[in-house]
Design a protein around this ligand. Structure first.
Ligand code: BJW
Length: 251
């Protein structure tokens, strides 16, 4: 594993990116931190103040739907007020420069699409969508308004956010497409994720096993660092725009 500080990227990385037919960006909460979305783990993370077992699983929702709904309302409000940051925009620009480029995200904040990325696989859902646990009817946030209590569908069922809680399966189509993208990537960028939540955290390993050059971008070393070919330590909002402009400055 090569370790390199932000600034000048290795020749190896330049060559890998410029010769790549397929680049995958696998993102976690860290890429949205600079937009003002709190991460989950670490000193400033949501799980310091809130217990995931009380908020991010189906049993918790059935025990206390209003509490869980209130927590998601709070996060929906944060997300409705913020904007994509230079890291999101750099990935959207990369999509226009590389023959195939996909974003696989664990984030539910929709910021990649808002930044202009079009091939986006959402492994853990999207907080802007909701559905009825009774009949499955879908509701956009604007359809249900702002509620402090968990809203109900006309059928009487509880409405929940369309996110993936612990113990739930990932959306099959998103997972299958992500696995295929990881298997065929020439370069796999793992950005702002602690890489501890499975099955998402297996994707960089799948990519590496399939021959991809794996680059981690994070503020600190993670579970993934030993697998990565390079670790770039720093903010993704600094590193990604710099990487894209350095590699493609003549295009
Ligand atoms: C920056 C930065 C900057 C900050 N620039 N970097 C044992 C082995 C394997 C699996 C399991 C196991 N025990 C249990 C499981 C299963 C479980 C799991 O993985 N648990 C582990 C925690 C142990 N997984 C599941 O349950 C999944 N489903 C599943 O396995 O289905 C099969 C099954 C079904 C039934 C029974 C059994 C199995 C589902 C997982 C769903 C995860 N859901 C959440 C919540 C989503 C909804 C919501 O938003 O509320 O997804 S949890 C939370 O963690 C969220 C995230 O997407 C996910 C990952 O977090 P992420 O993105 O990595 O964030 P952080 O905060 O951890 O890290 C941020 C990083 O950014 C840090 O490294 C910072 O340094 C860095 N950073 N600023 C660059 N500016």
């Amino acid at each position: 594993m090569n370790t390199q500080r932000t600034g000048i990227f290795s020749d190896q990385l330049h060559k890998k990116i410029l010769s790549a037919t397929s680049i995958v960006a696998f993102t976690g909460a860290g890429i949205s931190a600079e937009s003002g979305v709190p991460t989950f783990r670490g000193d400033e993370g949501l799980w310091k103040k809130f217990k995931p077992e009380e908020l991010a699983n189906f049993d918790a929702f059935m025990r206390n739907p209003d509490l869980v709904w209130e927590w998601y309302s709070y996060r929906k409000q944060i997300i409705s007020k913020i904007q994509p940051n230079p890291g999101h925009y750099a990935l959207a620009a990369l999509e226009r420069l590389v023959p195939q480029c996909a974003v696989i995200t664990q984030n539910v904040d929709n910021l990649h699409r808002r930044a202009g990325s079009t091939t986006v696989y959402e492994l853990h859902g999207n907080i802007e969508r909701n559905y009825c646990i009774g009949c499955g009817r879908q509701f956009a946030n604007q359809d249900i308004g702002q509620f402090n209590r968990a809203p109900r569908c006309p059928c009487g069922g509880l409405i929940r956010p369309d996110v993936v809680w612990f113990g739930e399966m990932l959306p099959e189509d998103q997972w299958n497409a992500s696995e295929r993208a990881a298997e065929t990537a020439d370069v796999f960028l793992a950005i702002g994720t602690s890489a501890v939540v499975y099955p998402a955290a297996s994707l960089p390993v799948i990519a590496k096993r399939s021959g991809a050059y794996v680059v981690e971008i994070n503020l600190e070393y993670t579970e993934l660092s030993r697998t990565a070919d390079e670790v770039l330590l720093g903010k993704s909002g600094d590193i990604l725009p710099q990487l894209v402009s350095e590699c493609f400055q003549n295009q």
